[in-house]
Write a protein that binds this ligand. Structure first.
Ligand code: TXA
Ligand code: MG
Length: 358
C-alpha cells in the first residue's frame, strides 16, 4: 500500500521542509519513496541498502537484471564511487548537471548494492534538476537509487496520480506530489568509454546537444537499433533495452510517412475497419490533424510543430487510452526535429515496434 501522499505547496516553505524531512527519514529507514524529477517520477531507495533496493524491484515487477540509476544532489557524492575523472566527462557534468543526462561510469566502490548495478561493473548516475528531488537526496544523506516509478512495462509516470495508478498495491512509504514533471521524457543514458560516448537510451537531451559539448576527439556512438535487441541472440548494451516499454493495454500501431494526406487516409481506413470488427478505437494525433479522424477516442498530444510539448503529454496520453478502455490504437508519428526523434522512438516502443510507413 502507498502509505502517504505528501502534497507539496512550494509557497509554504516550512511544510515543504517538513514533508521532505519525513520522506528522507523513510529513505534512511530502508523504505521506498516516489518523488518528482524534471523528467519523470522516480521510485527511490537508499542505494547502499540491498533490502531496500530489492523492494524497488518487487514493487515495479522489474526484472532483476535491469540496473538502476543512482541520483545525487552534489558531485562530491561521487567521490570514491565512480570514475568520472576524464576532463571531458567533467565538462559534461559541469554543463548538463543538474539535468536529464545519466552517465554510466566505471564503478569503484563495493558500498553500492549489487542489486542497483545488477552485478555490472558500471554505475549509472545523474543529478536531477528538480528542487524537491535535490532536497530529498540532500536531507536523506543517501545516494538514491531510483527507476521510473511505473509498473514495469508501463509508460513512465509524469504525475503523482500515475504512480498511484500503477503502484497502489505495492509497499511504498509515500509519494511526494510535486505536480506534473517538466520534460515528460526520461533522461538520456550515455556510457562513458575511452574517448567515446555511447548513447544507450535517447532522452531529454538530444545527441546534437551532447555533441556541442564534447571535444573533437571524443566520438558519439548512437545506439538506435532498439528492435534488434528484442531478439534473444543479441546481448543489448543496456539491459533495459530488451524489455517491453511504455505500452498501453490496447494493440497499437505507429504510422509514419511523408505525405500527410496518404497517412491520414490510411489511418481513417484502419480505424473504420477496426470499428467494424467491434474494437474500441483510439487515435493519438496533434492539434492540427485531429479533425481528420473519426475514432471512439481522439487524443490530441500537443502541436505537430512542437515536439517538446508532445513529450510532456505523451505518457499521460498513452495512459488515457487505458482509462478509456481503448483496444485498438493508431498513433501518428510527430515531426522528427529535436526531441521529436525521441518521442517517435518511445512511440515505436509503445507500439511494440508495430510501425507502418505509408
Ligand atoms: O529520467 C530518468 O532517467 C528517470 C528518473 C527517475 O531519473 N529514471 C529512469 O530509470 O528512467 P529507469 O530505471 O526507468 O531506466 C534506467 C535505464 C534502463 O534502461 C537501464 O537498463 C539503464 O538505464 N541502466 C542503468 N544502469 C545501467 C548500467 N550500469 N549500464 C547500462 N545501462 C544501465
Ligand atoms: Mg523506466
Amino acid at each position: 500500500m502507498i502509505m502517504k501522499i505528501w502534497q507539496i505547496d512550494a509557497a509554504i516553505k516550512h511544510s515543504v521542509d517538513e514533508a521532505i524531512a519525513e520522506a528522507a527519514q523513510c529513505i534512511r529507514a530502508g523504505e521506498l519513496v516516489a518523488f518528482p524529477t524534471e523528467t519523470v517520477y522516480g521510485l527511490g531507495a537508499d542505494a547502499r541498502n540491498s533490502a531496500a533496493v530489492k523492494r524497488i524491484f518487487e514493487a515495479k515487477g522489474r526484472p532483476s537484471d535491469n540496473p538502476l540509476i543512482v541520483h545525487i544532489a552534489d558531485v562530491a557524492q561521487l567521490d570514491g564511487i565512480v570514475d568520472a575523472s576524464a576532463s571531458w566527462v567533467q565538462q559534461l557534468i559541469a554543463h548538463f548537471w543538474p539535468g536529464p543526462l545519466t552517465l554510466v561510469l566505471p564503478l569503484l566502490s563495493a558500498d553500492i548494492s549489487s542489486k542497483v548495478t545488477a552485478g555490472l561493473n558500471t554505475l549509472a548516475v545523474r543529478m536531477p534538476d528538480h528542487p524537491l528531488a535535490l532536497q530529498l537526496i540532500e536531507a536523506s544523506g543517501c545516494l538514491i537509487a531510483a527507476p521510473s516509478a511505473n509498473r514495469s512495462g508501463r509508460p513512465s509516470p509524469t504525475k503523482a496520480a500515475h504512480v498511484i495508478e500503477d503502484l497502489q498495491h505495492a509497499s511504498i512509504a509515500g509519494v511526494i506530489d510535486g505536480g506534473a514533471t517538466g520534460y515528460g521524457l526520461e533522461s538520456t543514458v550515455v556510457e562513458v568509454g575511452t574517448n567515446q560516448l555511447r548513447i544507450l537510451r535517447h532522452g531529454a537531451i538530444t545527441a546534437a546537444a551532447l555533441a556541442d559539448h564534447l571535444p573533437e576527439h571524443i566520438s558519439i556512438i548512437q545506439n538506435t537499433a532498439h528492435k534488434a535487441h528484442t531478439h534473444h541472440d543479441h546481448i543489448p548494451p543496456s539491459p533495459g533495452l530488451k524489455y517491453v516499454h511504455y505500452a498501453p493495454q490496447g494493440q497499437m500501431t505507429l504510422v509514419k510517412g511523408d505525405s500527410l494526406e496518404c497517412r491520414q487516409a490510411w489511418i481513417q481506413q484502419q480505424l473504420q475497419a477496426a470499428q467494424e470488427r467491434g474494437e474500441r478505437t483510439g487515435v493519438l494525433t496533434y492539434e492540427e490533424h485531429a479533425h481528420h479522424y473519426e475514432a471512439d477516442v481522439v487524443l490530441v498530444c500537443g502541436s505537430w510543430h512542437r515536439p517538446s510539448d508532445t513529450a510532456k503529454l505523451l505518457y499521460d496520453t498513452l495512459r488515457q487510452f487505458d482509462r478509456e478502455g481503448v483496444t485498438y490504437i493508431i498513433a501518428e508519428a510527430c515531426d522528427e526535429a529535436g526531441v521529436g526523434f525521441v518521442v517517435n522512438s518511445r512511440l515505436e516502443q509503445a507500439a511494440g515496434f508495430n510501425v507502418v510507413t505509408v
